[in-house]
Design a protein around this ligand. Structure first.
Ligand SMILES: *[C@@H]1O[C@H](CO)[C@@H](O)[C@H](O)[C@H]1NC(C)=O
Ligand SMILES: *[C@@H]1O[C@H](CO)[C@@H](O)[C@H](O)[C@H]1NC(C)=O
Ligand SMILES: *[C@@H]1O[C@H](CO)[C@@H](O)[C@H](O)[C@H]1NC(C)=O
Ligand SMILES: *[C@@H]1O[C@H](CO)[C@@H](O)[C@H](O)[C@H]1NC(C)=O
Ligand SMILES: *[C@@H]1O[C@H](CO)[C@@H](O)[C@H](O)[C@H]1NC(C)=O
Ligand SMILES: *[C@@H]1O[C@H](CO)[C@@H](O)[C@H](O)[C@H]1NC(C)=O
Length: 349
């Protein structure tokens, strides 16, 4: 009995000694390991709690003995992501793409204010993106593509003003894009939000993304309304894809848009004008098939102006008729009252 107690105490002491061997950064990564199933590639086998720090662990790199990145792409990892980055003072890069991770993102993931890239594409993550993502003021690359994220884009995302690459394609995102997206994320080079259920108007501010270099892909969503003419201000080499939405009205004939072929616009039955084959209905014909004028500065504005000039003509005409009527009745009254006088003067002519 006493012997058993002593050996139990020895065992506990042994465990504590082991757990105490690795530093706080290592402990944070070990709790990540605990919630991961790594039975395929066994990539995490050398993550040993008796090492002084985690810098020799597979997939981990350090700078000045502080964890700098965690890169485990395509390693058959399953399970949920539990990672408190608060203790990782130099943590800058996470790449866990093409694994089988699931569940929602823990808010603790966003505790590392220095995070520059977060690549989680090709997993089974779900739920909404926590608003704490707005804490990541240094974030340059966010790739959440090919998961099952839902909910709307956190409005806090526009606080990540250093973002260069924002890839959210192939998820179940809903809601509309923040109007200020283009005026806040001015460093964006790539914006790919294709294959989601985003809806509403395309923000005109996207035309302000003068740094776009690669891609503006908003295809396969539920965007409606006109194409903002400001998109024509984008650099001409940007690959713009607006296909398969519910956009309507005339395609603005502005710089970057003029150069696109019809393949950039297909799948929007209510769009008209070049380079598409279906012509826009002329100004005052067939109001039933005309898309409604939705905003100033787009193609439908012409029709708005047409209507306006009719209103002006009508009101000017009716005012003139009114003035004539008043003048006529004044003449009539004048003649009646001063009729004799008038007649007297005439013969003197
Ligand atoms: C961890 O490292 C210790 C000491 O270097 C070693 O004895 C032990 O076998 C290692 N454990 C694993 C699981 O590799
Ligand atoms: C998002 O998906 C989760 C299940 O993963 C569900 O519980 C939640 O209601 C969904 N939210 C929205 C806004 O669709
Ligand atoms: C946008 O992302 C989707 C899915 O990840 C991909 O298929 C598509 O090629 C991307 N668009 C561009 C223009 O790279
Ligand atoms: C584009 O940026 C300029 C200057 O920052 C701003 O005045 C303008 O309103 C922006 N345009 C849009 C459509 O947001
Ligand atoms: C597409 O937009 C039109 C108006 O422009 C609207 O009547 C229609 O319901 C929309 N369709 C979908 C699928 O949202
Ligand atoms: C846009 O994407 C669709 C499919 O998503 C593709 O068929 C089309 O060619 C693309 N447009 C351009 C301009 O590449």
């Amino acid at each position: 009995m006493v012997l058993q107690l002593v050996s139990l105490v020895l065992f506990v002491v042994h465990c504590i000694a082991f757990a105490g061997a690795v530093n706080d950064e290592g402990l944070a990564l070990l709790s990540f390991k605990q919630s991961i199933k790594d039975s395929t590639a066994r990539s995490l086998d050398n993550w040993n709690s008796s090492d002084a720090n985690p810098c020799s662990w597979y997939g981990v790199t350090c700078r000045e003995e502080k964890v700098f990145s965690l890169r485990l792409p395509n390693k058959g990892l399953a399970g949920v992501l539990r990672l408190d980055t608060g203790k990782l003072v130099s943590f800058s890069h996470v790449n866990l793409k093409s694994n089988y991770l699931s569940g929602s993102l823990p808010v603790e993931l966003f505790n590392a204010a220095g995070l520059k890239s977060l690549i989680l594409s090709g997993n089974s993550f779900s739920g909404a993106v926590p608003e704490e993502i707005g804490n990541l003021k240094n974030l340059q690359t966010l790739d959440l593509s090919q998961n099952s994220f839902n909910g709307s884009l956190p409005s806090y995302l526009i606080q990540c003003k250093r973002l260069k690459n924002l890839v959210l394609s192939r998820n179940s995102f809903t809601g509309s894009l923040p109007d200020e997206l283009g005026s806040n994320l001015v460093m964006l080079q790539t914006l790919n939000i294709s294959h989601n259920s985003f809806r509403g108007l395309i923000p005109g501010s996207l035309g302000n993304l003068s740094g776009l270099q690669g891609v503006l892909d908003i295809s396969h969503n539920l965007f409606d309304g006109p194409i903002p003419a400001s998109l024509g201000d984008l650099p001409e080499l940007v690959y713009i894809n607006l296909t398969y939405n519910n956009l309507s009205g005339a395609i603005p004939q502005t710089d970057a848009l003029v150069n696109l072929g019809p393949t950039a616009f297909i799948g929007n039955p209510l769009l008209c004008g070049p380079p598409l084959k279906n012509p826009c209905p002329s100004a005052n014909s067939n109001p039933d098939t005309d898309p409604k004028p939705l905003a100033v500065g787009d193609g439908s504005g012409k029709r708005g102006r047409g209507k306006l000039s009719w209103v002006v003509i009508a009101s000017v005409a009716s005012t003139m008729v009114g003035i004539c009527l008043v003048a006529l009745s004044f003449c009539y009254w004048y003649r009646k009252v001063y009729g004799c006088k008038g007649k007297k003067t005439y013969p003197g002519r």
